[in-house]
Design a protein around this ligand. Structure first.
Ligand SMILES: Cc1cc2nc3c(=O)[nH]c(=O)nc-3n(C[C@H](O)[C@H](O)[C@H](O)COP(=O)(O)OP(=O)(O)OC[C@H]3O[C@@H](n4cnc5c(N)ncnc54)[C@H](O)[C@@H]3O)c2cc1C
Length: 288
């Protein structure tokens, strides 16, 4: 790796000032699980690394009945996996984290880095989008909040500006009769990045018909994508096996998988169809 300056701000304001000062020459460094690989491969050669690990404001997981679950950008995969609070309020995250990478990456990698890298083969974004999650972003000009979905623009490209920090993810409380299921599928080995990951969140009316549906497909395109046509199909209906499969078929045409080592485009569409069917059925049964 090339030599670089190493800076350690202790507040968000200080970090943003450093990012503004160093511009495109600097990179935010959190767990380094993603960044270190790119630097070792010579794909990134930042002149300065701004290590944010000493910023206390970016740590911790909190719950409030009105705002929901707040997850600091520096929370690691392992913290999410093992948090008693997350297990109580949003157990799908603990379950999903058990399958993320391996224990070493889970100890180092952070939620903020997972989202800010814009890497397509990841797990958390699908779940956050299905839960109508928002990310808080702070820059030199203040704070803004956007839907998690709006963060992702293209392969490894997000809507974060160079001098902005992602500070936290907020997951609002779910309405009554809601449930979510997330299923990921790795085609080579269980510790490999997923070939596809599907989150389905359903909210039911009192009579058991589907009032709100979120079907989010990950790893099958440049960014996570909502399968809006499949969601529309489910609205106002009670879920049956046939309907879930039909939704899966529609969803499988709403993504843009590429053929690669993890499977052909056709194979990944078939996986999406099945995962949507299974996740929708599981979410429906749980919501009832
Ligand atoms: C072997 C391996 C397997 C993996 N498997 C999976 C998997 O199965 N599922 C999955 O979801 N992920 C997987 N990952 C990805 C991993 O989860 C992410 O790389 C990790 O969470 C990144 O977090 P980090 O803190 O290490 O980010 P870093 O490497 O520190 O940073 C990543 C990028 O985000 C930027 N950044 C970091 N934090 C912030 C912030 N708060 N604000 C603004 N920009 C920021 C950095 O500048 C950099 O561009 C895998 C990674 C590896 C190496």
């Amino acid at each position: 790796m090339k030599n670089f300056d190493y800076l350690e701000p202790t507040t968000v304001a200080e970090a943003c000032a450093l990012l503004k000062q160093h511009g495109s020459e600097a990179k935010v460094f959190a767990g380094g699980a993603h960044l270190t690989i790119l630097m070792k491969q010579g794909l990134l050669e930042p002149a300065s690394l701004i290590n944010i690990k000493k910023i206390a404001e970016l740590k911790g997981i909190r719950f409030d009945v009105n705002s929901g679950l707040t997850i600091g950008a520096l929370v690691t995969h392992r913290e999410l996996e093992t948090s008693a609070l997350v297990r109580e309020k949003c157990p799908v995250l603990c379950e999903a984290e058990r399958e993320v990478a391996n224990i070493r990456v889970r100890h180092m990698g952070t939620v903020g880095g997972n989202l800010a890298s814009g890497e397509p083969l990841t797990d958390l974004a699908q779940i956050f989008i299905a839960l109508d999650g928002q990310v808080q972003i702070v820059g030199p000009n203040g704070q803004r909040t956007i839907a998690v979905e709006e963060l992702f623009l293209d392969f490894y490209t997000t809507s974060l500006a160079e001098d902005e920090l992602l500070t936290q993810v907020v997951l609002p409380p779910l309405p009554a009769r809601s449930a979510i299921d997330y299923i990921r599928f790795s085609s080579s080995s269980v510790v490999d990045k997923p070939a596809a990951g599907v989150a389905v969140r359903l909210t039911l009316a009192a009579d058991g018909t589907i009032q709100t549906a979120r079907i989010v497909l990950g790893c099958v395109g440049a960014t996570p994508v909502r399968a809006r046509n499949a969601e529309a199909l489910l609205m106002g209906k009670k879920l049956t096996g046939e309907l879930a499969l039909e939704a899966g078929g529609i969803a499988s045409q709403e993504c843009k998988p590429t053929s690669d080592l993890r499977g052909s485009e056709q194979y990944k569409r078939a996986i999406v169809k099945t995962l949507v069917k299974r996740a929708a059925s599981a979410a429906y049964d749980r919501a009832k």
